[in-house]
Structures are given as structure tokens and as C-alpha cells.
Ligand binder design. Structure first.
Ligand SMILES: *Cc1c(COP(=O)(O)O)cnc(C)c1O
Length: 372
């Protein structure tokens, strides 16, 4: 080998090295302590028993390639939501779809827009695709449509909106989503990430199906990782205009969902009763957690999702970092959200009755302790 060739090395896109790798929620407790993992917005109810059964049945033919079109899954989703299956694309989690959209619609230097405390995957997807991430400020930890529209430039090609947003738990009423869409140029793709849609019980909320149906530049992404309890299987889907669906079907991996994922997802989406129970459990706990935490003197951002953002004071002995350490030592794992620009907050997923009660008790002990 010549010295010239050995001096060469593979160079990634510039944006790749600007990415701070996504750090998932912690999942370990100290030895001997019962673990309550409330750091990744997983459901305490687990998946539908029929999904587990379908998964087990699929284990009988793992040597066969899956259906690259995920037909039974798309048809089951279409039935549940009254959609055309031809306008649905499935992904290995909605994360895959969020990334594929950036790869497909951003040329190097194009801008991707999202909110200040928006889901971290957007920034990663935009940078990985060679785009320029642009963050718009929020108002009261809520999407600010005017702030987003003020940052639209001729280079804006994609706008990501998590509704409800993670990690804030706040949402944008559908009228506001429509106002955002109306203010975007036709060549900017609006991505409505409705990962928590099933949990929302607000009359002025909509996941976005109506907007997708009537526009050429809106897509809605959904996931099986949250209310369906199938995070480990990696299943997401997107409903979009025919042209966008066609592009995604060209750029995606030909077998991007595994056979067991397709089978389990199709079974899960048909089990309406299981979803209702999960939503019911969440609706019961959400106000209870918020009021119990507020009673301790801590601020809670109003949430419509399956988690709450708890704000801690800067007072030594009572900070978010100290609360995190205190809770972790007791086996309670919340999510630190410093990477989202929220260093004084922790995000708590609504867990089982036992996990929620243990967390509220531990938070009380933390706020009442005299040492700092
Ligand atoms: C959890 C979550 C997702 C889901 O990601 P998957 O890849 O489908 O597991 C998408 N968007 C937001 C905002 C989320 O919080």
C-alpha cells in the first residue's frame, strides 16, 4: 500500500459528526432494588395477548422472508382507521420513517424545521440527511405556530411536529395545525408525528388524517411502541399522499419489517379492547399524578400523553439531578431531559398502579428530606 492511499480514510457527511447520538431512557436499578422503569413512555399493560400469540406463531417460519409490503399489517391499520391501505407505509418504528423522509426530501443545505423542545430524532434525521436543523422557540413549552412560520425560508423542505410533543406532553389544537399548514409553501413537507394520539382526550385535537387526505404535502406518522406495547418489535406507519408513499416505497429497505412484527402488529391493531384499557388506565392516573406532584410544591406541565414533565427548583438539595439520583437509588427510573433543553425537569411515564404509587411516595420523601 502506498503512503498516499493509507493517509486516506472514509469521511462521513459533515452533518453526521454534528449529531449527538440519541441516549435512550435508562433501564437499570441498583442490585437488589425493584425496578420501575418510567423513562421511555412504554405502557404498563404490555401488548395485547393476541399480538403475543401472533408473534409466537410467526416463530414457526423464521427462514422465510417477510412480505416486503407488510400487506396484512397495512390492511389491518387501514380497517381500524378507515384509510386506503395503498397510502400507508410501514417502518421499523416510526423513527425509520422520520429518517427516510429527511433522506428523501432534503438536499444538502436544505432546512428542516422543528420546535425548541421537539423530539430529538428530528434533529438527528435532518443532520444525517445533510440538511440544516432549524429550531423554533416555544411558548409555555407548547408549539408556537407563529414562531415556526417566522423561520420558514425558501430552503425549508420539511417541518416536523410531534403532536402531542415528547417530552413536554403539550399539544396543538387541530385549528392551529391547520394554520401552520396553511402558512407553509407547497414544497415543504409537514410531518405530523402522532405517536401519542390514542391517549389524547381533547375535543380540539386531531392526529391529522383529515389534513393528509386533503393536501399533497402532509404526512402523519404513528407507532406501535406506545399504547400498543410493542416497542421492542419496532413497528411504525405513515399515512401520506400517493406521491410521498411512492417515494418512501422506493427508498426504504425492501424487507424493513420482520415477519413477527407484521403479524403481531396486525393482531394488536384489531384488539380495540386492549387499547381502551390502556387509555383508561392512563386517563385515571394522569390527573392523579399531576395533583399529587403539585401538592409537593413542584410544577407539572399539563399533559395529554402518557407521561408528565415535572419541574424542579434550582435550590441545592432539590434539583432535578438530585431527584434523579435519589429516585434511581430506589429503583425508580425517570427520564432526564437536559438534552431537550430542559435541565431542571424530569419526565415520568405513567406506569402501573404500583410504580406510580412508589414514585409519588419517593418524590414526597425527596422533597421532605432535610439533607441536601
Ligand atoms: C416514542 C416516540 C416515537 C416512536 O418511535 P418508534 O420508532 O415508533 O418507537 C415517535 N415520536 C415521538 C415523539 C415519540 O415520543
Amino acid at each position: 500500500m502506498t503512503s498516499a492511499s493509507s493517509a486516506l480514510r472514509p469521511t462521513p457527511r459533515a452533518g453526521a459528526l454534528e449529531i449527538e447520538a440519541y441516549v435512550p431512557g435508562k433501564s437499570k436499578a441498583p442490585a437488589g432494588v425493584k425496578l420501575h422503569k418510567l423513562s421511555s413512555n412504554e405502557t404498563p399493560l404490555g401488548p395485547s395477548p393476541s399480538a403475543i400469540e401472533a408473534y409466537r406463531a410467526a416463530a414457526g417460519h423464521l427462514e422465510v422472508y417477510p412480505d416486503g409490503s407488510a400487506t396484512v399489517l397495512r390492511e389491518a391499520i387501514a380497517r381500524a382507521h378507515g384509510l386506503d391501505p395503498a397510502r400507508i407505509v410501514c417502518g421499523a418504528g416510526s423513527d425509520e420513517l422520520l429518517s427516510l423522509l429527511a433522506y428523501a426530501y432534503l438536499e444538502p443545505g436544505d432546512e428542516g424545521l422543528f420546535c425548541e423542545h421537539g423530539f430529538l430524532v428530528y434533529r438527528i434525521a435532518i443532520l444525517a440527511a445533510g440538511g440544516v436543523p432549524v429550531a423554533a422557540p416555544e411558548t409555555n413549552l407548547t408549539t408556537d405556530v407563529d414562531a415556526l412560520l417566522a423561520r420558514v425560508t425558501p430552503k425549508t423542505r420539511i417541518v416536523y411536529l410531534a403532536n402531542p410533543n415528547n417530552p413536554t406532553g403539550t399539544y396543538l389544537p387541530f385549528d392551529e395545525v391547520k394554520r401552520l399548514h396553511a402558512g407553509l409553501p407547497g414544497n415543504a413537507l409537514l410531518v405530523l408525528d402522532a405517536a401519542y394520539a390514542e391517549y389524547v382526550r381533547a375535543n380540539d385535537y386531531a392526529a391529522g388524517i383529515e389534513l393528509v387526505s386533503g393536501a399533497g404535502n402532509v404526512v402523519m406518522t404513528r407507532t406501535f411502541s406506545k399504547v400498543f406495547g410493542l416497542a421492542s418489535l419496532r413497528i411504525g406507519w405513515l399515512y401520506g399522499p400517493e406521491a410521498v408513499v411512492d417515494v418512501l416505497n422506493r427508498v426504504r429497505g425492501p424487507f424493513n419489517l420482520s415477519g413477527p412484527a407484521i403479524a403481531a402488529g396486525a393482531a394488536a391493531v384489531a384488539d380495540r379492547g386492549h387499547i381502551d384499557r390502556a387509555v383508561e388506565h392512563n386517563a385515571r392516573w394522569l390527573p392523579e399524578i399531576a395533583s399529587a406532584v403539585r401538592a409537593l410544591g413542584l410544577e407539572v406541565t399539563p399533559s395529554v400523553a402518557n407521561f408528565v414533565l415535572i419541574h424542579f427548583p434550582a435550590t441545592p438539595g432539590r434539583t432535578a439531578a438530585e431527584a434523579d439520583a435519589f429516585l434511581t437509588a430506589r429503583g425508580i427510573i425517570l427520564r432526564a431531559v437536559g438534552a431537550y433543553g430542559l435541565p431542571n425537569a424530569l419526565r415520568m411515564t405513567v406506569g402501573s398502579d404500583e410504580a406510580n404509587a412508589a414514585t409519588l411516595e419517593a418524590l414526597k420523601a425527596f422533597m421532605e428530606r432535610s439533607d441536601g
